[in-house]
Structure formats: structure tokens, C-alpha cells
Design a protein. Sequence first.
Length: 244
Amino acid sequence: MGALGLILGRAGSKGLPGKNLRPIAGRPCVEWTIRCALEAEHSGALERVVLSTDSRDMRRLGAEAGIECVERPPELAGDGATIDDAARHALREIGDGTLDPVVILYANVPVRPERVVERAIDCLSESGADSVQSYQPVGKHHPWWTAVVGADGSVRPWEGGVLNHGVYRRQDLPQAHIPDGAVLAVRRAALMLETPGVEPGPHAFLGARRAGFVNEPGSVVDIDSELDARIAEAVLLEHAGAGS
């Protein structure tokens, strides 16, 4: 059995309309993810690469790159659609029950570390987990420093009774990490909601045993805003300059 690389990209977006086709460093954003998936396929980490989208333009880009494309129906492409519903639809459409795990790559992530797909697959195999996500340190946006500012200007802790948990130096904060969107590798049984003992819920497709690994800070850019797009552009242009 080999791994399936599944690129997910919707045409719409409320935060930054058309972000998956927006030019980033001279290429439509989705092309950077297509390149990542094809590199992993060429290395042997992925057996097959599929793009699932409701966008005709993204399907054209995928076909030009030589990858298979699945047309996602409108009911799985709205703001309320879930990634696991879209992924299960793609698996049913391609009709190959042997590919395992499924490596999900988001079209709006143009900046990823090298060999991040290989790292996710290795982590999944070595950990015996049902799913693996990549993370980054939260840095100064630590949950202990989260507060609520009231309409009257008052400030209270998001949780607990002490503002900042009594910690005022960043280096004194305990470790905390957040999913960075670079890669998500899931066992087929977990994605298809066939793992025993998993309670129903929005993250049931991640299975019972969940693992992760940590990327370097700043090594992933997940585009959700205009600022994200500008940062991704700057990072990719810097990389291109360094490689010239």
C-alpha cells in the first residue's frame, strides 16, 4: 500500500476571496502546494496525488501539472463544509481502497518546510497513531497571555483568576503549540470513521491516537488574510533569491 496525497482547495473564501488562485511570488497559490505534493511523489513518499476542488481554474492547473482532479460538489465547498467530508468524497470518487495513509495538503499554504510530507508519514508509522499533524510554537501568542477586553475597557483573564497567569516574561511560559496547516496525515480507517472507540465529533476523523511534530517557527505560512499573503510572497521571493 502507498500513501495518497490529497490537495484540498475551495474556490471561495470569506477571509481573503480567491486566495487559492491568488498570485504568490509569481504562481497561483495552489501551485505551491501542487509542487510540494509532486516532489513527495517523486521521492516515493506518495503513491498518487489528487486535487479536490470546486474551482474549474484549479482543476485546469492540476491537470496541467499532471495530477488527477476530483470535482467537489457545491454542498462540500461552502463555508460550512468540513475537510473530512471533502476528503471522504474524494476517496469515494477515485475508488482506490488500497491507498493508506491519506496525506491532506491545503491549497492555501504556499510555504512549507522541505520534506514535510515525508516527515509526517514517518511520524505516523513510527508512532502507530491514527493521525499526525504538524505544529509550531505559539510564541508570544500564548494561551496564558490571552485576555478579554470589555466594552468598558476592563481587562480580565480568558481563563482563571490571574491575568497572564502571573507570568510576564515570554521565556517563562510553558511550551504550547498550534497546528500550522503544513500537513495532516491520517490513516484511512480513521478518516472513514471506522476506528473503534472514537466518540462522534468534528475531529473524530483524526482517530483515537493522535501524534504530531514541530516545525521551526516561521517555516509555514497559512494564508487567511492579506498580511499572510504578503508574508508568503516575501518568504518565497527570499528563498528564490537565495537559490539563484
